[in-house]
Design a binder for this molecule. Structure first.
Ligand SMILES: Cc1ncc(COP(=O)(O)O)c(C=O)c1O
Length: 395
């Protein structure tokens, strides 16, 4: 286990506190999750690293032949002069499909297919967030839960650009993604600080940043979840893609767009992009984490910051905040904790061949299905599938 953090702060620990991770937890039952994943534990960190390096080489080759044009760059040509961008995703624009569930009107924006290396929502944000550290050969410092997709995606895409990462993690209920993230961190010997409690988490981020400085490296902190104005631009782009699909007649105008609400940037970016593209709808952001992390004030700050960035690039965009509605009632006992409904939604997703996971998408899908069933003859709802359809650790 890497123990590069040398901080002795009492709130921090460099080893995972017992019970946080699947190993040794006799009661741990993997959640139904897809696609089915082979175990990663029978492989040494070196073997796993070699395999991932081969995937990275393959992804670099794909990017070399894939055009990296983004709807947002076409809409705001001055943006490239204001915010740096690195082409990381080879699956954009993602398709929009009818889920075809009898008696409901529910469509899906397939953001699980954003990238053949690691899909889902994070890569859209990282195209903007990693461009700057890549110019400075900085050490990317970020964090999240012990099963964080954001952390996994950041480590992988940073590596794609030849960057080192240092991370701070807080405890979340064990699940298969936690085991995979731990394997990934070991494979790349990523310096990891575990926060002994959720309240110590900001300290853990600071400790990781200081550690990079101590090693004589330039730290480049990326806010957990990547929901800063630059990262949010990735989802403005997604909103514009949906608008283009509606314009082209590829999908009907949705009465509401359902998406998981974690750090909030995905929902805020979607609302801005949909408004810029002229789609009149609501973004129903399904809360999966504490209101302390995301609330209307936090969303308002993110939205204002993103509009300011767009204004710097010459695009005057009106507020779209009023189109975002926070949907409560689906989180259950807490972040990452399954509910009977989210387990059922995971099983439905599996039957439909739709990638989903237990922390975010299962809960957002539950809310979208409820809405679609409630008013089946109204205009359809659109579910944004933000889970990765690719698992780079699988063979
Ligand atoms: C699979 C998945 N969906 C949705 C989200 C939520 O996105 P945001 O943090 O932008 O609200 C996350 C965030 O980590 C995620 O991993």
């Amino acid at each position: 286990m890497t123990a590069a953090v040398r901080s002795k702060a009492v709130a921090l620990t460099v080893d995972p506190p017992s019970g946080l991770l699947p190993d040794g937890d006799a009661d741990w039952e993997p959640a139904p999750e897809q696609p089915p994943l082979p175990p990663v534990a029978d492989e040494s960190p070196l073997e796993l690293r070699r395999r991932i390096e081969a995937r990275l080489r393959e992804h670099r080759r794909r990017l070399a032949t894939h055009h990296g044009e983004r709807a947002l760059h076409a809409a705001v040509p001055g943006l490239c002069d204001v915010v740096h961008f690195r082409h990381l995703a080879d699956g954009l624009p993602t398709p929009v499909e009818d889920l075809g569930i009898a008696g409901t009107g529910i469509w899906v924006k397939r953001d699980d297919a954003t990238s053949s290396l690691y899909g889902g929502n994070k890569v859209r944000k990282l195209e903007y967030l990693l461009a700057q550290p890549a110019r400075h050969e900085a050490v990317v410092v970020t964090g999240g839960g012990t099963a964080s997709h954001h952390v996994a995606a950041t480590v992988l895409y940073a590596r794609l650009l030849g960057l080192e990462t240092e991370v701070a993690l807080f405890a979340q209920p064990p699940n298969p993604a936690a085991a995979r993230l731990r394997s990934l961190l070991r494979a790349y010997d990523v310096a990891t600080t575990y926060a002994a409690s959720t309240s110590a988490y900001p300290l853990a981020m600071i400790a990781a940043t200081i550690d990079a400085l101590r090693r004589g490296r330039r730290p480049w902190p990326i806010y957990p979840g990547g929901s800063t104005p630059a990262g949010i631009l990735g989802y403005v782009d997604c909103g514009l893609e949906i608008a283009a699909a509606v314009d082209a007649g590829d999908c009907p105008p949705p009465r509401a767009v359902y998406v998981a609400l974690g750090s909030g940037g995905t929902a805020v970016g979607l609302a801005l992009g949909l408004a810029m593209g002229g789609v009149e709808t609501k973004v129903r952001a399904v809360r999966v984490t504490d209101a302390l992390v995301n609330n209307r004030t936090v969303l308002a700050v993110m939205e204002a910051g993103t509009r300011a960035l767009l204004a710097l690039a010459g695009a005057r965009v009106g507020s779209a905040l009023e189109t975002v509605e926070i949907v409560d009632g689906y989180m259950g006992a807490g972040y990452g904790v399954q509910t009977p409904e989210s387990v059922a939604a995971l099983q439905s997703a599996q039957r439909l061949g739709l990638p989903a996971e237990q922390t975010y998408t299962s809960k957002a899908l539950t809310a979208a299905l409820d809405a679609a069933r409630e008013h089946p003859s109204d205009a359809p709802v659109l579910f944004v599938d933000t889970a990765s359809g690719q698992e780079p650790l699988s063979r």
